[in-house]
Design a protein around this ligand. Structure first.
Ligand code: IVH
Length: 670
């Protein structure tokens, strides 16, 4: 085909340009083009690669997401172990470290590099022949987990490096969630009735250690690279400072705050400044790392056990305070979970008045031995919800009371249970008004149907007036009712109605999420919308069919099926239908393309282009079916890399076995 050379030239150009703009945006934080321009170039590249799959390269920006979920992570052996660090907690500790180091170096002068100690998750990235080949966690320092497909989704990690980079090398750094991302993720989890992450470190680790890279890709993870692990076939700069500049020039994101210092006093000064400034940083840091700058000196100094002598972690003081735990309040979430909150005698901690703290569940309260009336240590780190570290035992009077979760729901007085294997207590009353109200609030919220003018207060007022009992009732509200029930002016009422009207066009994924099916978060909403073309199709599915989707476990599958069996939920969906809310996916199926009608596929092995759920979703959109196992009903078995026994079984049964390319041609058509 004589179009191929032209397509090759264009894909090369687009790939380079997109990688460059990705670097400008995610590493330098200084974009040169608009998001729209970026998106349209990406769309063009995607289309070209779809037409000419042979032009797709491993470092194409289209290849960040799309790997299939895994059952478990592989193991990566670190050829040079990932070390930890000794801590310093005071100026005296730092001075002692400096004295010792100086002595070991025969009283030579030495420079240092001061860096924020990022509160995230250590990662080692290996590049071979210019391409990112492995991403691994630290693990026990010697053996980590293979998280390559997940690190590929992080936009500030380059998929390829320039031609003059060493042929093989490893960089190390810290993957983290920026403060805003952490806050949003936790807000979302609370809305979804899932316990929030205790700190950004846990959140980053939880996001990176997802078995499905599609989920990792929705988390706003970032990285700061902080050292070169090893390099082959290259001359390495002689100092840590120059290594950082060098890594930076290869496209890696290093921390812009790192500072070169020459004396102990200078290092202490940097620390004193950072102690106050770090509260305004975009990322969570729990201290300052001081490193000896010369790599020669580093290797002379060596390590004791796992702690190098050439570095120290000088911790920022934790912002803690003590106050009295007055009582524990319990609120009911939309899935019926009982969420305990500590009510504290207000106290100033790090310049902020704290009067409440999270208490995750009863087990947590007992594990920490927190009792009502205790004087407790409260800790606040950055934007994180304050936490109770534990009681001050020496101040116990004996009048403190052990806490038990109520046996009746504080809102509807129905029975409370604690399901096997769950940490949270739950109200069993499906008609619990507190849950019903929370479900309505969830439905209108930003990530769900996004009814901007319908706030929590309005939901409460309409619910209390018994005008809105479920989300479906919102769509029959009139301007007169709003004016009467919520004492609104005509203009505000019109805005509210417009906001409700606008929500009718939300994509299917959001609607699925908005329905508030237990365990179905925003990401699963999207995933299901790709797999099922309408609410009705999802409602008619079975546990088996759902559980055959790799990222969906039996718990989620059962929860979805149970949700659609409840008459109450069916009624809501009917109200939505009557109101004209879009209940179908607005893409392919509505164009009447049902090219794969009557055709059933089975997938085996890893595919390059689509994850398995994506491929299955695509097939479903085109009217076909995907089956989990080979049987006589199957039309084609699509084999990817490292196929399992299904391919052999297909041949035995005389079923056509096709390659991924053949499959792509089939679904992409002409
Ligand atoms: S250097 C000395 N630099 O802290 C060798 N580590 O306690 C250690 N960390 O697992 C690596 N920010 O994940 C280094 N700027 C920084 C760091 C940093 C955070 C983490 C790192 C390591 C842990 C050691």
């Amino acid at each position: 085909m004589d179009d191929l050379p032209r397509a090759r030239e264009r894909t090369d150009f687009l790939r380079k340009a997109l990688n460059h703009h990705n670097y400008r945006y995610h590493v330098l934080d200084s974009p040169e083009i608009s998001d729209q321009d970026y998106d349209s170039m990406l769309a063009e590249l995607k289309a070209l690669e779809q037409e000419y799959p042979q032009l797709t390269t491993p470092d194409s920006p289209t290849q960040r997401v799309g790997a299939a979920p895994v059952e478990a992570f592989g193991v990566v052996q670190h050829s040079i172990p990932l070390l930890s660090m000794a801590n310093a907690f005071s100026a005296d500790n730092l001075a002692a470290w400096w004295q010792r180091t100086s002595g070991l170096l025969g009283d030579q002068d030495f420079d240092m590099v001061c860096e924020p100690k990022i509160d995230g998750l250590a990662v080692a990235l290996t590049y071979e022949n210019r391409l990112l080949t492995t991403g691994a966690t630290r693990g026990d320092g010697y053996r980590g987990e293979d998280i390559t497909q997940n690190v590929r989704t992080i936009r500030s990690i380059p998929l390829s490096v320039p031609g003059d980079a060493p042929p093989r090398f490893e960089v190390r750094g810290e993957i983290y969630l920026p403060k805003t991302g952490f806050k949003q993720l936790n807000e979302r989890r609370l809305q979804e009735g899932i316990p929030p992450f205790a700190n950004p470190r846990n959140a980053a680790a939880g996001s990176v250690r997802q078995l499905d890279p599609a989920i990792t890709s929705t988390r706003p993870l970032d990285i700061f690279v902080y050292s070169l692990g090893w390099a082959e076939g290259a001359i390495i700069p002689g100092t840590h400072w120059d290594v950082m500049k060098w890594l930076n020039s290869m496209g890696f994101k290093t921390n812009p705050l790192i500072t070169l210092t020459h004396t102990l006093a200078e290092s202490q000064n940097v620390y004193d400044r950072w102690v106050t400034e770090h509260k305004d940083w975009q990322f969570e840091a729990d201290g300052m790392v001081v490193k000896v700058n010369s790599l020669q000196m580093q290797s002379e100094l060596g390590a004791i056990g796992r702690e190098p002598r050439w570095a120290i972690a000088y911790k920022f003081p934790a912002v803690q305070g003590t106050t009295k735990l007055e009582r524990i309040d319990v609120s009911v979430g939309r899935t019926g979970t009982l969420n305990p909150t500590a009510v504290l005698t207000p106290v100033q901690i790090g310049g902020v008045t704290i009067s409440q703290a999270t208490l995750h569940n009863e087990e947590d309260i007992h594990r920490k031995d927190i009792r009502i009336g205790d004087t407790v240590i409260v800790q606040r780190a950055g934007d994180v919800i304050p936490e109770i570290v534990g009681p001050v035992l020496s101040l116990r009077t004996g009048a403190e009371q052990v806490y038990h979760m109520p046996s009746l729901c504080p809102e509807c007085h129905f029975e409370v249970i604690k399901p096997e294997g769950e940490a949270q207590h739950r109200c069993v009353n499906a008609a619990c008004p507190a849950q019903a109200l929370e479900r309505i609030k969830h439905f209108v919220s930003r990530d769900a149907m996004d009814m901007k003018k319908v706030g929590e207060k309005l939901c409460e007022a309409l619910f209390k007036a018994e005008r809105v009992g479920d989300a479906g009732d919102l769509y029959s509200l009139t301007s007169a009712e709003l004016m009467l029930l919520n004492h609104m002016g005509e203009k505000s009422a019109t805005n509210v109605l417009a906001s409700i009207e606008g929500s009718k066009q939300r994509p299917l994924g959001r609607l699925i999420f908005a329905l508030g099916i237990p365990h179905v978060g925003r990401e699963y909403g999207e995933l299901l919308a790709g797999r099922y073309s309408s609410i009705d199709a999802l409602g008619a599915t079975s546990v088996e069919e759902l559980a055959a989707i790799p990222s969906i476990g039996p718990k989620i599958a059962e929860s979805i099926v149970a949700f659609f069996q409840l008459p109450r939920n069916r009624e809501i969906i009917e109200k939505l239908r009557t109101a004209g809310v879009t209940l179908e996916s607005t893409t392919e199926t509505s164009t009447g393309q049902r090219r794969l009608d009557g055709i059933t596929f089975v997938f085996t092995g890893r595919m390059e282009k689509y994850t398995r759920p994506e491929a299955e979703a695509r097939v479903a959109q085109l009217g076909g079916k995907a089956a989990p196992d080979v049987s006589r009903k199957v039309t084609y078995v699509v084999v990817g890399d490292e196929p399992g026994s299904k391919a052999a079984r297909a041949t035995k049964l005389g079923i056509r076995v096709i390659s991924e390319d053949e499959f792509l041609r089939m679904i992409e058509g002409d």
